[in-house]
Ligand binder design. Structure first.
Ligand code: GTP
Ligand code: MG
Ligand code: NA
Length: 454
């Protein structure tokens, strides 16, 4: 089949890096939004997605020398940098074609920078490095409408000197990881040498340079087959109740096309869910998928895009699972099995004899993070669940009161607990630890276990 410009697909770019290096803030700067300030504890705990149409990128890079733009746009995936979310960094990086690794110029390479580097190397993902927070160099003067190279020229000698010093340190740190790295405007071989783009997510300095470089990288490194639409590849990011729409799923469409009416299969807590797409919605361009907004309706959508799907029977859908479209010639039973594979794997970490704590989280991603923490702490798990805590969950946890009282506990991350459910827990003597910042939950539970030992 001959491919045409209409079959061009937007690449997926993942933004990775150590906690608080400014990943979300950089995206906020490009979008002119304020997602970061709305996050619990100012940390990202979910994968996010934003579509950047090529026109928006052109506009923002108008003052720079850029070549022709061939792709229709870019889907940028935001990931958490906190150490608890190794699983989500891995999932984000597995979805992307290119990446931005964000490094705080004042801190250099940190533990999750190295972890992210490892993921990129492993998957051979082309990437650039944003050397963020340049505005924190002492005496830095910011300016719009100029290239970063020109802006650097305008800085006082002491500022230039500090910049060069931090740059050399970073280059050295990359060399220790076996990577050649150069500041982007001195790098003439992107294939052999990683580009470091200095940026500030606060002032916006260097952000257009970063975008322009990203497009250049995409177009030079992405092979032809990545530029065109092919087989459907789609992952459920979130399951959300939306007033007027019912339970919806947010998905990342990495490849292929989805149409209204398509018969789809996703993983459900109680077994595979097979249903038909009733509506396909997207946020406005330049709006984060994680944030509620005015949705745009579509008859069909093309990769790559973050899409909200409305359909029946999605209540028990599980975030993190793959989504398949069932075509007329597909073996439905085979697909039912495929969508359940990840959850089946996770259920294996649950103690079959029913000995251990219960864990309840808002998404599969955070549930995975909790399970890995409990595994490292050698705490057995007797039950897992996704979504709000109900009375039956409390009753299930209370079974442990007779066996091992200390495990008559529910760890609840970012889920709703109604008052009557809490009252039942109090009555039955089941402890519910709840938090909307994951490491607070770890801290609470560790303190509780330590107190028991003493
Ligand atoms: P996680 O998602 O939690 O890993 O963090 P992140 O990498 O998304 O960083 P985030 O955008 O949450 O920013 C962390 C903090 O650094 C916030 O207080 C930001 O305001 C601040 N920050 C981010 N970028 C810059 C920058 O370029 N300059 C300065 N001065 N502060 C910045
Ligand atoms: Mg963030
Ligand atoms: Na943060």
């Amino acid at each position: 089949k001959k491919t045409t410009d209409k079959d061009l697909r937007s690449p997926i770019c993942c933004i990775l890096g150590h906690v608080d290096t400014g990943k979300t803030k950089l995206l906020d700067k490009i979008r002119q939004t304020n997602v970061q300030e709305g996050e619990a504890g100012g940390i990202t705990q979910q994968i996010g997605a934003t579509y950047f149409p090529i026109e928006a990128i052109k506009e923002k890079t108008a003052h720079l020398e850029t070549g022709e733009f061939l792709v229709p746009g870019l889907l940028i995936i935001d990931t958490p940098g906190h150490e608890s979310f190794t699983n989500l960094r891995s999932r984000g990086s597995s979805l992307c074609n290119i990446a931005i690794l964000v490094v705080d110029i004042m801190h250099g390479l940190e533990p999750q920078t190295l972890e992210s580097l490892g993921l990129l190397k492993q998957r051979k993902t082309p990437f650039i490095v944003a050397l963020n927070k340049v505005d924190r160099l002492y005496g830095w003067k910011s300016m719009t409408g100029v290239s970063f190279e020109d802006l650097l020229e305008k800085q006082a000698p002491s500022v230039k000197a500090e910049f060069e010093e931090r740059l050399s340190k970073t280059m050295l740190a990359f060399a220790e990881q076996g990577l050649n790295a150069k500041v982007s405007f001195r790098n003439d071989d992107m294939r052999r040498c990683v580009s470091l783009v200095p940026t500030s997510a606060i002032t916006g300095d260097g952000v257009p340079d970063m975008l322009s470089l990203l497009i250049k990288l995409t177009q030079s490194m992405m092979s032809d087959n990545l530029r065109y639409l092919s087989t459907l590849q789609c992952t459920v990011l979130e399951v959300k109740m939306i007033e007027g729409l019912g339970t919806t799923i947010d998905v990342i469409l990495s490849n292929g096309v989805l149409r209204e009416g398509d018969r789809i299969a996703v993983c459900g807590l109680n077994g595979p869910i097979v249903t038909n797409i009733r509506a396909l919605l997207t946020p406005q361009p330049l709006r984060e998928m994680r944030v509620k907004s005015n949705y745009v309706h579509h008859k069909q959508v093309k990769a790559a895009l973050g899409v909200k799907i409305c359909a029946q029977d999605l209540d028990k859908a599980v975030a993190g699972s793959p989504l398949f479209v069932i075509g007329p010639n597909d073996d439905e039973d085979e697909i039912r099995e495929l969508v359940m594979a990840d959850l089946a794997q996770m259920l294996e970490s649950v103690d079959k004899s029913g000995h251990g704590v219960c864990v309840q989280a808002s998404t599969l991603g955070s549930l995975e993070a909790l399970l890995s923490f409990l595994k490292d702490s050698k705490i057995p798990v007797s039950g897992i669940n996704i979504g709000p805590i109900h009375k039956k969950d409390v009753v299930r946890a209370s079974v442990m009161l007779e066996q091992a009282k200390e495990f008559a506990v529910i760890l609840a991350f970012d889920v709703k607990i109604d008052r009557d459910v809490q009252e039942l827990a109090d009555e039955l003597d089941v402890r519910i630890f709840k938090a909307d910042i994951i490491y607070h939950l770890f801290d609470q539970f560790t303190a509780y276990m330590n107190a028991l030992v003493e």
